[in-house]
Design a protein around this ligand. Sequence first.
Ligand SMILES: NC(=O)C1=CN([C@@H]2O[C@H](COP(=O)(O)OP(=O)(O)OC[C@H]3O[C@@H](n4cnc5c(N)ncnc54)[C@H](OP(=O)(O)O)[C@@H]3O)[C@@H](O)[C@H]2O)C=CC1
Ligand SMILES: Nc1c(N[C@@H]2O[C@H](COP(=O)(O)O)[C@@H](O)[C@H]2O)[nH]c(=O)[nH]c1=O
Length: 379
Amino acid sequence: MTVRPYVLLSVASSIDGHIDDTSGMPLALSNEADFDRVDEVRAGCDAILVGAGTIRADDPRLLVRSPDRRAARVARGLGPTPLKVTLTGRGDLDPSARFFTLGDTGKLVYATSGAVARAAGAVGAVATVVDAGDPLDLPGVLADLAARGVRRLMVEGGGAVHTMFLSAGLFDELHLVIAPFLVGDPDAPRFLAAGAYPYGPGNPLRLAEARPLGDVVLLRYLPPPASGVPGPRTDLAWLREAVELSRRCPRSDSAFAVGAVVVAADGEVLATGHSRESSPHDHAEEAALAKIAPDDPRLAAATVYTSLEPCTTRASRPVSCTDLILAAGIPRVVLAWREPGVFTDCVGAETLREAGRTVVELPELAAEVRAVNAHLFPA
Ligand SMILES: NC(=O)C1=CN([C@@H]2O[C@H](COP(=O)(O)OP(=O)(O)OC[C@H]3O[C@@H](n4cnc5c(N)ncnc54)[C@H](OP(=O)(O)O)[C@@H]3O)[C@@H](O)[C@H]2O)C=CC1
Ligand SMILES: Nc1c(N[C@@H]2O[C@H](COP(=O)(O)O)[C@@H](O)[C@H]2O)[nH]c(=O)[nH]c1=O
């Protein structure tokens, strides 16, 4: 199984589907609140990717603007700003572009084989140029980023790049912001080109959230669940969602941050939950299971995806998450990280297996879960 980063596509569009106008100046489609949200998303990523077209059109900085967010990254042992990444098929890059000159961070250029020499000649002194094959091998680029430690990748466009990721189905989340105006110019860049996308009416994206931010609205979409019986690839995608949920947990120095998703056999999400969701002692699995009727027949064939092994003992509540899963009759649990013995000795996986339940561990995501909980492991 190829490991790739969690891929978050981010774009702001006009009502008529344009992501820029033809003025030659970058067009602000987001408002201040949304630019601040984008800044927060950037701060939570390991790398930001834009196409070479966006570097030429916008001369973007791609930095984290907020000093507090930069400081928080540094406190977590990261650089103040994420790694910058671009793609090129021509190698026509300007070393004085702000992509290359700003930010105390690495710059990576993935060039098609025929463009490597030109790209290296242009920006080899200020960036690392990587041969990405010919044609460009997108899964290979993502695997290379993962091997360089990129666990969470934000893709900020432009249209050609978003078209490529969406037609390849290589994304985990899409943030589409709609600005309250129309551009109306047929020559203005569009969010997406026509293409053979795998997300037609029969296989739509799932709307995870619609969040108004003043006069713009953020639509957060997730890919559709893979059809059929969940296999390892599907498991990994669901587990990624559980890990993403764990990032929402209010901070605690005495409990883990955990996310959980309960999924029916047909891929329907029955419930999600995260630690401290509505009260300080909430556990993720407990919060999710509390949202499902105990007699829901779908529980009998459901899977719990949880970023951390379900607990077996707890001081704050009478019933452990392992016992809640057993009582719900859920036959299958997929987890990323066995609970380290920081607060209690956990034997959730063993207990579930002894009770005849299937437990799948996907340690590919364990480092990410540990990173979410890094504050519990001071150096
Ligand atoms: N509103 C918004 O949220 C955003 C708007 N934008 C807008 O988008 C526009 C730019 O979009 P667009 O022109 O589509 O440019 P992109 O940023 O998508 O970059 C396209 C370029 O990236 C390289 N590239 C992409 N895919 C491949 C591939 N498979 N193989 C090799 N190289 C590849 C090529 O570079 P090369 O040409 O060097 O070969 C290609 O021309 C601008 O107007 C910008 O303002 C951009 C980002 C966000
Ligand atoms: N115009 C636009 C976006 N444009 C994106 O932001 C980049 C500029 O980044 P920076 O120079 O760091 O501010 C630009 O190149 C493009 O990728 N993004 C959005 O969320 N909303 C917007 O309205």
